[in-house]
Every structure is written in C-alpha cells, then in structure tokens.
Design a protein around this ligand. Structure first.
Ligand code: FUB
Length: 368
C-alpha cells in the first residue's frame, strides 16, 4: 500500500487511535488482536503499522524526516526452529514519519528477493545510509548455499526504488548490518548474529562450519563470547574498505564477557549511536531477550558493558535502533502485540533517556 496513511498514533506510551485495522498481508491464519487488546495500556507503546507485520526497525533522519527500514514479516508456514527458519521474509517496505508521534506512511515495497541476483531467501533485518545525496539499503539474505551474506542496493531517494548490486558485499557474512556515520564523515558497518545468524561458523572471517545445530561452533561457556564484527565502508559505500574485525565487549574489570554469560553477551542486532562523544554499542542478548549496551571512546572498541537499554518485549526476538530527533532520543523496537506469534512482529517507538552519568535509563516495554 503506497503512500497510505496507516494510522495516527500516540506511539509514545499512550493509547493508539486506530484508523486502519486491515489484516496484515500474507497472514491468512493469524487472528489480529481485538481493538481492546491493541490499546492495552500495559504496553509502553502501540504498534506503528497494523496492515503489515514489521520488525527490526532501523530508523534514520534523512532530509529532516524519519525513515524506518524494517523487516517485513510474513506467514509462509515454515516450521519454527532455533535457526529462525520461520523468519522467511521476501521483501522490504520503507516507512516514514514527520515526528515520532505523527502518522506513519508506508512508502511501499522497495526491494524484493526477486530483485537480488545472488539471494535465495530470508531477507532479515536491514539498515540504510545516506552519503552525498545517494541512499544505500543494506540487507542480509541467504545465498544459494543457504549461507547468509550482506548485500547493498542503491537508490536516489530514501524511499528507493533501490537497485541491488549483483553480488553480496565482498568479505561479508552473517546478519543484521547496521551502518553508522561518524562525526568525521566515516561510515562503519557493524554486523553479525549467532545461532541462525551463522556468526559462530566464522573465526577471523574464515568459514569453519562445525555442524548444523545453532550452538555448534560457539566457544565453550568459559571462553570469551563472540562479538559483533565491524568494517569501515569504502568511499562508494558498496564495499568494505578494510578487513572486518571482531569487537571485544568487556566487563568493568576489563575481562571479556564469556560465552556462558547469556544475560550480557552479544547475540545479534548491533546498533551504534554516539552521545556526548561516547560510542554506545547496543545489541540483543538473544536467548535472554535483553537489549544491552556497552560504551567505548572509539568505533572499534573495546566496549565496556554498562547495562540494559530495553527489557524483554513480548515475543522471542528483541531488536531496536536508537535515533535523535530534534534533540530528543528515541528507541524503535518491536514486539508481537498484534499476533502473539514469534515471527509476526510489529514495530513501535518510545522515548529513550540518557542520564547525566552517561548511563541509559532502562526501558520497561510492558508495565504492571
Ligand atoms: O528478523 C529476523 C531476525 O530476527 C533478525 O535478523 C534478528 O535480529 C531477529 O530480530
């Protein structure tokens, strides 16, 4: 649905006013929650989009407007497993908002798996970046060998259309790209995710498949956990300008977080923002469902674990982005309020507070 006003929302923790209650596309069997449930005041925020299932929202300000690049969840009846096979997404839509409390506009489908020569399936969490008036959509997808790679598609506007490069980004692997523009004009991609995201199949950028189970290839519980991967982007934004490096996340004593430290270690969904000169790396802890964060004085780290940005949401996955809008900070995230199904999510937005001591105030997505 292109340029359709989906709803006017009070999205910042107040009850939503629903204009559109149409059934999400590709979801013949899932019942949409009743209006009473949708406006349940136990939720901090209400769904921003109600006629598509949306997840993994990457929000940016481009040309003074908020653009959201989410996954487009669908029901494809692939059985649920620990590799995330049920997240079988086929395309991307872009959404825009004039402010975090304003109407959400569906700018339409901007890229489909059929438009990506190397991709076979599973278009997972995307991100976007702008440089010199051009826009870049970054996305993970499985190739013909069922290996996740990261692709890029170029467009002349934030809402596409985007044209995919014929091959994935060289030396890319795993999932969840997040592209950060630093204050000096450098761009960095952060990426990676364990279990279904396949990061555990790599060491020093080399593929070393240790088996099909989601935990095959992970370090032992008393060994350092795997960290997200960083690579500086080339001037043309289409390739890495350097060999990707693993980011270390340390505890306050300077020791690496261990693989068995499931409540704090990196799982997937890295995001970076900079506040008062400090780099904040936030990420999902996966099986413990937190959005945690760690800080550093440079984009490569090492980062020091600080705490929790967002407590577990309804649903298994937790994935977010953090964006500054007119001097205030917001978190875009998702839960499963509309469907109650792990793989059919809906995006939301809530305020985020940086405390005077540099910490982030933990957000509770469900009250009571
Ligand atoms: O949407 C598919 C996957 O679920 C994402 O790539 C992960 O971050 C998790 O949200």
């Amino acid at each position: 649905m292109n340029k359709t006003l989906l709803k006017i929302t009070s999205a910042i923790g107040i009850i939503a006013i629903m204009i559109s209650c149409s059934k999400p596309a590709g979801n013949s069997e899932t019942e949409i929650a009743t209006e009473e449930e949708e406006t349940d005041s136990n939720y901090l925020s209400q769904p921003l989009v109600t006629d598509n299932f949306t997840a993994d929202p990457s929000a940016h300000i481009f040309d003074g407007k908020i653009y959201i690049y989410p996954s487009h969840d669908i029901e494809s009846n692939v059985p649920q497993d620990d590799l995330g096979s049920h997240f079988n997404m086929m395309d991307y839509h872009v959404y825009s908002m004039d402010s975090p409390a304003s109407a959400v506009v569906d700018e339409g489908k901007v890229l489909g798996v059929e438009d990506i020569p190397w991709a076979k399936r599973q278009l997972w969490a995307p991100d976007a970046a702008e440089k010199d008036g051009k826009y870049y959509l970054y996305f993970p997808a499985k190739d013909e060998n069922d290996i996740f790679k990261i692709g890029v598609a170029e467009g002349a506007s934030p809402i596409g259309p985007f044209t995919a490069q014929p091959e994935p980004i060289k030396e890319s692997y795993s999932i969840d790209p997040a592209v950060f523009e630093d204050s000096d004009g450098s761009y960095y991609m952060y990426f990676g995710g364990i279990w279904g995201g396949q990061l555990q199949k790599y060491r020093d950028n080399n593929f070393e498949d240790k088996g099909p189970a989601p935990t095959d290839g992970l370090p032992a519980d008393d060994e350092p956990a795997l960290g997200p991967i960083i690579a500086k982007m080339s001037d043309n934004m289409l390739e890495f300008a350097e060999t990707p490096k693993e980011i270390k996340i340390l505890d306050k004593e300077g020791n690496p977080l261990l693989n068995g430290d499931n409540e704090r270690r990196f799982f997937e969904a890295a995001w970076i923002h900079k506040y008062n000169g400090t780099y904040y790396l936030s990420y999902s802890t996966g099986d413990t469902h937190y959005i945690a964060y760690a800080t550093a004085d440079n984009p490569y780290g090492p980062f020091t674990y600080q705490g929790v940005v967002l407590n577990p949401v309804e649903g298994w996955t937790n994935h977010h982005s953090i964006v500054e809008v007119d001097g205030k900070w917001y978190i875009y995230y998702h839960d499963t309020q509309l469907s109650g199904e792990t793989h059919l999510r809906n995006i939301k937005v809530a305020p985020l507070t940086h405390l005077e001591n540099g910490m982030i105030q933990t957000i509770e997505p469900i009250t009571n």
